[in-house]
Write a protein that binds this ligand. Sequence first.
Ligand code: PLP
Length: 326
Amino acid sequence: MPPRLPLACLPTPIARLERLSRLAGGPELWIKRDDHTGIELSGNKVRKLEFVLPEALEAGCDTLVTCGGIQSNHARATAAVAARLGLGCVLLLDAGPDPALQGNYLLDQWLGAEVRLIRPDQVPARMELMAGICAELAGRGRKGYILPLGASNGIGVMGYAAAVAELCAQEAELGFRFDAVVCPVGSGGTLAGLVLGRARCGHPGTIYGVPIAEDAAYFRPVLEGLLADAAAILGEPMDPARAELNFLDGYAGRGYGLSRPEELDSIRLVARTEGILLDPVYTGKAMHGLLAELRKGRFAGLDRILFLHTGGLFGNFQFLPPTSGH
Ligand SMILES: *Cc1c(COP(=O)(O)O)cnc(C)c1O
């Protein structure tokens, strides 16, 4: 594996969802709490950053440059990592007019990131805009490092490949293996990492991704590209028989960052039954999809399913009424 900078609180706990399993009827449901990777660093992005940052530091960069939506968890985690390491951080966030200063967007500012807002119609030009920021930084004698959306690139994929090794060690202690692992899919790096890690560790379970925007047809080539890039970095060709991609499709609802009442109901159900908070953008949708598939009997016959809680809790605060800007 490439060099890794320890940033996350690991291993993250695994817990059984006893009451939710009973309600859902079907295999036992368990959860891996990657929302516990840290407070400021909460969520899945820090696992990718552990592998991306050594590359940035090795290249002599002093400023992290990345992009995302106004409530991007990845942008906030990047801002937190930059502050921890004494690096600069420029975030290119797309937003409608006058976004409320709350949730991750508020934390980005507190963490000292320089936030530049772009309009939704500028989103396709994000890579060029970030390259422009690096040129600007160079003019000031600084060196920028561009992280792609969600830190999902070949090197970022290593984060969840390593997480599968962590899971295998936890399973050895638990005395069983999970039959399936379910995660949300936003930019694809988490699912790609799990698939790669499963292949490298020879894990017998099936990995399912739940697209939280777009659909499986959109993500399949994205995932194939990420897996090819990761394999090139490792210098190990991926065994096509182990590179199988599985999706729980049809749960993206109204699209990225938009919720439907039934998704929010699933969030409240898990909160009340288990005392666990999900988020509206990713884990709430993924859990909603998992519960719906359980009702359809998709996982009948399996013993245990592991849901990966990828974080995103600060995203819940977008449901606060807008404030006057403090
Ligand atoms: C980014 C994110 C995801 C999606 O992960 P990808 O690796 O981008 O597919 C899932 N959950 C949360 C909370 C996230 O912030």
